[in-house]
Ligand binder design. Structure first.
Ligand SMILES: Cc1ncc(COP(=O)(O)O)c(C=O)c1O
Length: 381
């Protein structure tokens, strides 16, 4: 990435994030930093609540939900009818999984590097006959495509795994996984929470059936909202049993006997969304769109490589994909006592996180190499 573009991004956008006045924030894979736009959006929500009460629903809040679905659709190259809002990835999963037929195909293929909430959906339904295969990772970084290829078979209903592993930042070849699943008659569900917002993601190009994300992390929208994509032609054949009044055709008829699922992906919606987060999330999506995911990918790649090289030069071992193209903005630096290291970093004004055996850094487009320099200096000191 040309140096000028790098500086331009930092100079232009860093002031939007007040946290940088007091800290080097390197934890976007946990929680994206709060922008002034999202804070202003939150105030706008509160003002409407205050001035309009419930009438704000019809004049503002339902429109804000529509805008947010549309913005997510644009982000992942989908039609808005293929998108829905959910309270969390876990809730979205429960609705989707309730619609999948495991009768003839009882098997689900996941991996040990996936976020636990994904795997739990299937383990919890073991008594219903669901057989969950949790593929091991030989290196703690990724799971070879061959392992999926050997395991997905004619008894597999679903391949459910991540685009970017939260444990290592490694990028999976999702297009190849979707092809493998489809060749054997299975569906492919991708947890893209750690990829959307830091990598270009095109759900149709990837060929996946379901793609899940949320506002919290790289999409800079705060806690309480997840995004769902379901491939258009599949929707009408999927009938969730975890349902809500937001998922039916005539929501405002208030008729308990008029149960007809919507024809679009909103049949997977589960009740009243967290409107404050819809406001902050919409602002987050606008900001990501303005900066541009292609540019963010270039920026985050260069920050990731810089951080990784600094950590290696300081004598640390780093858990990351061998191929730089497969690395994303999550850098796991191995440490004998990561919790203590994270506390020490916080005292020095560097906010990061830890996972078993490693301190986790996750730079976004608003970071600079000064943040990484300081972080590694404190970690090594
Ligand atoms: C990859 C991934 N999937 C799912 C989750 C959890 O999602 P939720 O809390 O919305 O269910 C997280 C993280 O916090 C995550 O990193």
């Amino acid at each position: 990435m040309p140096k000028s573009e790098l500086y331009e991004l930092a100079e232009k956008y860093r002031p939007e994030f007040p946290i940088f006045r007091s800290a080097s924030y390197l934890n976007s894979c946990s929680l994206g930093a709060l922008s002034q736009r999202s804070r202003a959006a939150l105030s706008e929500f509160a003002d409407l609540w205050d001035r309009r009460g419930a009438s704000a629903w019809y004049e503002h809040w339902l429109n804000a939900c529509d805008d947010t679905r549309a913005a997510f659709a644009r982000l992942v190259g989908a039609d808005v009818s293929e998108t829905a809002l959910a309270p969390s990835i876990s809730a979205a999963l429960s609705s989707i999984v309730s619609a999948v037929d495991f009768g003839v195909r009882p098997k689900v293929v996941t991996s040990e590097l996936d976020f636990p909430t994904l795997v739990y959906q299937f383990l919890a339904r073991g008594a219903d006959g669901i057989e969950t295969v949790v593929l091991p990772s030989p290196d703690g970084v990724s799971v070879p495509l061959e392992s999926f290829a050997e395991t997905i078979d004619e008894r597999t209903a679903l391949v459910a795994t991540s685009h970017v592993y939260f444990t290592s930042g490694a990028i999976q070849d999702v297009a190849a996984l979707a092809r493998l699943a489809h060749e054997r008659g299975a569906l492919c569900l991708i947890d893209a929470y750690q990829s959307t917002g830091q990598l270009p993601v095109d759900a149709r190009e990837l060929g996946v059936d379901f793609l899940l994300s949320g506002a919290l992390k790289w999409l800079l929208g705060g806690a309480g909202l997840a995004y769902v994509y379901v491939r258009g032609p599949l929707i009408e054949g999927l009938e969730p049993t975890a349902v809500s009044w937001f998922g039916v055709e005539d929501q405002f008829a208030f008729d308990p006997m008029a149960f007809k699922l919507r024809a679009d992906a909103r049949r997977f919606e589960l009740g009243t969304p967290a409107v404050p987060t819809v406001y902050t999330a919409r602002a987050g999506l606008q900001l990501i769109d303005e900066v541009g995911v292609e540019r963010i990918r270039r920026r985050v790649s260069s920050l990731t490589e810089d951080l990784l090289q600094r950590a290696l030069a300081a004598g640390f071992r780093v858990r990351s994909a061998a191929d730089p193209e497969k690395r994303s903005g999550i850098v796991m630096v191995e440490h004998p006592d990561p919790a203590v290291a994270v506390r020490r970093l916080a005292e020095a004004g560097v906010i990061v996180d830890h996972r078993p055996g490693a301190v986790r850094f996750s730079p976004h487009f608003y970071n600079t190499t000064d943040d990484s320099q300081k972080a590694i200096r404190v970690l090594g000191g």
